[in-house]
Design a protein around this ligand. Structure first.
Ligand SMILES: [Cu+2]
Length: 140
């Protein structure tokens, strides 16, 4: 009887310890490109919808997002991907052009690395949003 009670107590302590470890949250800050309050909602929703994410706050002025998540449930790389999927470039992920172009007009932020997706053949054809024709974004 005594051993049973002891085992029960030990078992409960073990569960307690595991819960504490599992709930340990990590916070990361990184850059996400965007413009306005609509962007903020879109970015934060994409992140908080993920399993393992407990909080996300994006600042339209600094373009920085602060994400709190459980490392055992979600990887930071997946968070970058989820943000890019809704149209926003991050430090390491780039949104697909068609998704970016489908964003509301006020949300079409200036893309820092527009040249990455250049598929035109000449400088003259370069007409990326926010670029000086044939200059800033074009690698040709
Ligand atoms: Cu916006």
């Amino acid at each position: 009887m005594k051993t049973k009670t002891l085992n029960l107590i030990l078992g409960m302590m073990l569960i307690g310890i595991t819960t504490v470890f599992a709930a340990e949250a990590k916070t990361e800050k990184f850059k996400v490109y965007g413009n306005c309050g609509m962007c903020e909602d879109r970015i934060e929703k994409a992140v908080t919808d993920m399993t393992g994410v407990t909080a996300a706050a994006w600042d339209s002025k600094t373009k920085m997002i602060e994400v709190t998540f459980d490392e055992s449930k979600v990887e930071v790389a997946a968070i970058h991907k989820a943000i890019a999927k809704v149209g926003h470039d991050t430090e390491i992920e780039r949104a697909e052009d068609k998704v970016y172009k489908a964003l509301h007009g006020c949300c079409q932020y200036d893309r820092k690395d527009a040249a990455k997706d250049c598929d035109h053949k000449t400088k003259e054809a370069c007409n990326h949003k926010g670029s000086k024709k044939g200059k800033s974004c074009c690698k040709h």
